[in-house]
Design a protein around this ligand. Structure first.
Ligand code: OXD
Ligand code: MN
Length: 606
């Protein structure tokens, strides 16, 4: 039975039904009974595996095909009428041509299957920043993940109302999970997403990257707000005030870890606390007082499992202890719990590795794989889907429809050299330049080579739903609108290395020491060193109490150094990038950003 009278929804669902020809259509109301029945069905068919219900209550396991383990950027398209509007960072095809190509693939794709109609809200129900989506899918795995990642069910239709046409239409079919016919397609001008032949999270949970970033960034440009690939955290200071910070890092640079940071002992003793509002996506809009307010449109965490442990991210691990879906990690068959590289040093002997083979985990991980590295029990991009409310440090403001006021925006990436531990931009326009220059060594979250430096402006390269030049112009416009209420913009680099390739900053909880400096800069209570690239901490201003042995004054000098030669090379690379990768390929770079590059060079050569 349909859950809404909204004729726009009903008509679209009818069309999708006629196209995909499912045996049955089930509307997802989000009730516990319905979810429990779907879990039971998925367990009975083997699509999901039930884990130890005493140790991991409500937790399920899922394995995707080995060819379907990450987002597929080369098969992801922005289909808008004019090619120039998609710009140089996106694959493009004419929307009519794309639909003509995909329609035969969807035709009858759900024969013998059930189509689930999932209404969901991105953002707290009733928030002026929230938006509604409807996803149809032939995958129970998608329904169960959307139940964790969004506010799913009837409530979303109540929010949409009986008339509105303002909802994002998401069509997903796993079809034959054929990698040669896999497409993830956004139609920003139609508020629509079509995804086919994948069953992996980032490609099929259409509320996440497809809607909350690609479509939403386009909506934000037209409607005067921002959809960003950013975590949101709150730092409670000893005086009780909470300062909110959002931060953008390319995939798998430790965003979830920073979002859930546990302050070092000294800070805890002084009364500092960190609260998580979001770990991946921020929607930000000027509020009634002119400041920038952010909500997390999601309701859960789709986090990378490997490397997560009680020390690296206690709060993330705790979040996964109930009602969580694990994808492509290893199973410990002795007690039906889960394991991944970096959880502990004790791989289970009686294991099932992520592709499904039963192995002795200790022996298996001692053998080198084809890449010359030890074989892995869990896929490097294996994931947990955990409810946000499980997180011990979830912010009391998590559900606040008004969002939280942002004081600072942080950019960062993995850079072995050049970029100091932290610096502050001179102003919003310079900060926009800094964001445009974000680059990082690639990781396993997307398919492709690992360890190559790639530009990833604002950590949004795979997610900007329109021309990157227009996106930068939109950033500049937002800065003008916010004026002196704009958040301050910083850049951090947790990944600086010494000559031997060792990381020289401890990272994790100790990143609090950098947040501390950032907050003091926002409050205007600490001075800084003015350098050609921006404001850098003065000697002694990053608190190293408790880590003096590790971060000696010499190491701190290295961490904060601004090396003229390296920055000269950086500027040359940025000129090449702006010209060859963006401008020559149809990206309309705002003059202000070219001027920033000139000004940076002039300061460096002064
Ligand atoms: C993610 C990503 O899954 O950025 O969050 O790849
Ligand atoms: Mn992400």
């Amino acid at each position: 039975m349909s859950l809404t009278k909204n004729p726009n929804v009903l008509k679209w669902v009818e069309e999708m039904t006629a196209l995909t020809k499912p045996d049955k259509v089930v509307w997802i109301d989000g009730s516990k009974e319905q979810i429990d029945a779907l879990k039971a069905e998925a367990i009975s068919t083997g699509e999901m595996i039930e884990l130890n219900q005493e140790k991991l209550p409500g937790c399920l396991y899922h394995r995707t095909l080995p060819n379907d383990v990450a987002r597929v950027e080369d098969r992801t398209f922005i289909c808008c009428k004019n090619k120039e509007d998609a710009g140089p960072t996106n694959n493009w095809m004419d929307p009519d041509e794309m639909k003509a190509m995909l329609t035969p693939m969807y035709d009858g794709a759900m024969k013998g299957r059930t189509m689930y109609v999932i209404p969901y809200s991105m953002g707290p129900i009733g928030s002026p920043l929230a938006k509604v989506g409807v996803e149809v899918t032939d995958s129970i795995y998608v329904v169960l993940n959307m139940n964790i990642m969004t506010r799913m069910g009837k409530q979303a239709f109540e929010n949409l109302g009986d008339e509105s046409n303002d909802f994002v239409r998401g069509l997903h079919s796993k079809a034959d999970v054929d990698p040669e016919k896999r497409y993830i397609v956004q139609f920003p001008e139609d508020n629509a997403i079509w995804s086919i032949n994948s069953a992996y999270g980032g490609n099929v949970l259409l509320g996440k990257k497809c809607f909350a970033l690609r479509i939403a960034s386009y909506q934000g440009k037209n409607e005067g707000w921002m959809a960003e690939h950013m975590l949101i955290l709150g730092v409670k200071k000893p005086d009780g005030e909470v300062k909110y910070i959002s931060a953008a890092f390319p995939s798998a640079c430790g965003k979830t870890n920073l979002a859930m940071l546990i302050p070092p002992e000294g800070y805890k003793k002084d009364g500092y606390e960190v609260f998580t509002v979001g770990d991946d996506i921020a929607w930000m809009k000027p509020g009634p007082d002119g400041r920038l307010y952010a909500i997390n449109p999601e309701n859960g965490f789709f986090g990378v499992a490997p490397g997560t442990n009680a020390k690296s991210n206690y709060n993330a691990l705790a979040s996964t202890m109930k009602d969580t879906i694990f994808t492509n990690v290893a199973i410990n068959n002795d007690d039906m719990t889960v394991w991944w590289e970096g959880l502990d040093k004790n791989p289970p002997e009686n294991a099932t590795e992520w592709k499904g083979a039963k192995v002795n985990g200790k022996e298996f991980t001692a053998v080198m794989g084809p890449d010359g590295k030890p074989q892995k029990l869990a896929h490097p991009n294996s994931r947990f889907t955990a409810p946000a409310k499980n997180c011990p440090c979830i912010s009391p403001e998590f559900d606040n429809p008004a969002g939280v006021p942002i004081s600072a925006i942080i950019f960062g990436g993995r850079r072995a050299s050049t970029t100091p531990l932290v610096y502050q931009s001179f102003d919003w326009t310079h900060g926009t330049y800094v964001g445009s220059a974000v680059s990082s060594e690639t990781t396993a979250a997307a398919t492709g080579a690992v360890g190559v430096l790639r530009h990833d402006p604002m950590a949004m390269k795979p997610f900007i739903g329109y021309n990157v030049g227009d996106y930068w112009a939109h950033w500049l416009e937002m800065g003008e609108k916010l004026g002196d209420k704009a958040p301050k913009i910083f850049n951090v680099n947790w990944f600086k290395q010494d000559e031997n390739g060792n990381f020289i900053w401890p990272g994790f909880g100790d990143n609090m020491r950098v947040l501390d400096w950032i907050i003091k800069r926002c409050e205007g209570t600490i001075d800084a060193e003015e350098t050609p690239i921006g404001f850098v901490p003065k000697k002694g201003d990053i608190n190293v109490e408790g880590i003096e042995d590790e971060v000696t004054p010499e190491i701190m000098d290295k961490l904060l150094a601004v090396d003229k030669d390296l920055w000269t090379a950086e500027i040359a690379e940025m000129r090449r990038y702006y010209k060859e990768d963006i401008a020559d390929k149809g990206g309309k770079i705002p003059d202000e950003l070219w001027a920033q590059l000139d000004a940076l060079e002039a300061r460096l050569n002064k």
